[in-house]
Design a protein around this ligand. Structure first.
Ligand code: AMP
Length: 193
């Protein structure tokens, strides 16, 4: 059973490839962005705390996100497999994810890094906003999200490369081709443990 996470800038295709990969391996898909948007829509305490931060294109504080993910991953159905999208986004969150796995004697099999150049990301998001209406997809906010990604999330590339589980995938092209690249990179892995 696959335990993977996606590491990719906003607009790189996590929301397309993540659910597909999870369905392909019959595991749960867990997206912190989707979960946080649901909290905002429902007006929960977490949603109220997260709303303005998300609208500014910044990151919700680590403590809040880690508690939300711990809660979700503690559901009895989740192990032995899942695909995480949008988490971890900071080194602190990665340390929390590592501690979560260590406590359960489990590790990630793969970190799928989708590589897409900034100008292509901007082109895609201008398209996406026409349909999504997401306020954090407006151009100025999106550029800010890219800056935050470069500052806070890019360090995770080395973090996971050093642990030998980073799979770097070219995220440009047809959705089906990108899916095939991801599957080909995961195919040789031992998912039995
Ligand atoms: P996404 O849909 O993954 O692009 O996430 C949308 C927004 O939700 C981000 O811009 C952040 O404000 C917030 N968010 C999602 N995941 C996290 C996370 N792991 N840590 C902090 N903020 C997050």
């Amino acid at each position: 059973m696959l335990r993977a996470l996606f590491l990719a800038p906003p607009g790189a295709g996590k929301g397309t490839q993540g659910p597909r990969l999870a369905a392909h391996h019959h595991v749960d898909y867990v997206s912190t962005g989707d979960m946080l948007r649901a909290h905002v829509a429902e007006g929960t305490e977490l949603g109220l705390a997260a709303k303005s931060v998300m609208e500014r294109g910044e990151l919700v504080p680590d403590g809040l996100v880690v508690a939300m993910v711990n809660d979700r991953l503690s559901k009895p159905t989740i192990l032995p497999g899942f695909v995480l999208d949008g988490f971890p986004r900071t080194v602190n969150q990665a340390e929390a994810a590592y501690a979560w796995g260590r406590d359960r004697g489990t590790t990630f099999h793969a970190v799928v890094q989708l590589e897409v150049a900034d100008d292509e990301l901007i082109r895609r998001v201008v398209e996406r906003q026409k349909h999504s209406g997401r306020t954090d997809d407006d151009l100025a906010t999106f550029r800010h999200r890219l800056e935050i990604y470069a500052r806070d999330t890019n360090p995770l590339i080395d973090y996971y490369r050093q642990r030998g589980i980073l799979l770097t995938i070219d995220g440009v092209g047809d959705v089906a081709d990108i899916a095939a690249r991801i599957d080909a990179a995961i195919a040789p892995l031992d998912l039995t443990s």
